[in-house]
Design a protein around this ligand. Structure first.
Ligand code: GAR
Length: 200
């Protein structure tokens, strides 16, 4: 199964997907392309090092967001991608893109959704004072971090945590959960019933 990985930043999740899926021939999963909305994303270096095709698609180079989405769609079709994997990609798609790829876009978010959606989830988590947080992998729908939840994993918050230490521990769980969920998808193990995702 060919996947596209969309990134904006450092790309530690991408690195895990390269090592656990792309470079493991038994996985049957091939990262066909990595797309970034930022030229300087370190994730691009990681992709190039692994010999994976990369493209930069920036919102500021398009007249509107529909055209930005259309460019990404063009790449997805060109590379024969079945699943679009958001890995720290910090842009939202317009509804037509989401409908076109319904149940074919997944995202990883560093909280137990529906708690703390949005752009500063780890800081918001700490500021609220909750004791347990975690990771959510979910399908993407038209709203922010709101699609059907595929899998979650819990991470306790320590009194000594700051944003960096907590995010680091959450990422350890992300790196275990995300490749696993992509394998389930490729093996046809995910069944969506309304908001519920059943893992067979
Ligand atoms: C990850 O922790 C991911 O959960 C988060 O961005 C980080 C990217 O890290 N995504 C979101 O907050 C999406 N709303 P990475 O570039 O090292 O993979």
């Amino acid at each position: 199964m060919k996947i596209a990985v969309l990134v904006s930043g450092s790309g530690t999740n991408l690195q895990t997907l390269i090592e656990q899926l792309h470079q493991d021939e038994t996985s049957g999963i091939d990262i066909a392309v990595v797309i970034s909305d930022r030229r300087k994303a370190y994730a691009l270096t990681r992709a190039k090092r692994a010999g994976i095709s990369t493209h930069v698609v920036r919102t500021q180079d398009f007249e509107n967001r529909q055209d930005f989405d259309a460019e990404i769609s063009k790449l997805v079709e060109h590379y024969g991608v079945e699943l679009i994997v958001l890995a720290g990609f910090m842009k939202l798609f317009q509804p037509p893109f989401v409908h076109k790829y319904q149940n074919r876009i997944i995202n990883v978010h560093p909280t137990l959704l529906p708690a703390f959606p949005g752009a500063h989830p780890v800081a918001d988590t700490l500021a609220y004072g909750v004791k347990i947080t975690g990771v959510t992998v979910h399908f993407v729908d038209e709203d922010v971090d709101s699609g059907p939840i595929i899998a979650q994993s819990a991470v306790p918050i320590l009194d000594t945590d700051d944003e960096e230490s907590l995010h680091n521990r959450i990422q350890v769980e992300e790196h275990k959960l995300y490749p696993e969920v992509i394998k389930w998808y490729a093996q046809g193990k995910l069944k969506i019933k309304g908001r519920k995702v059943i893992v067979r």
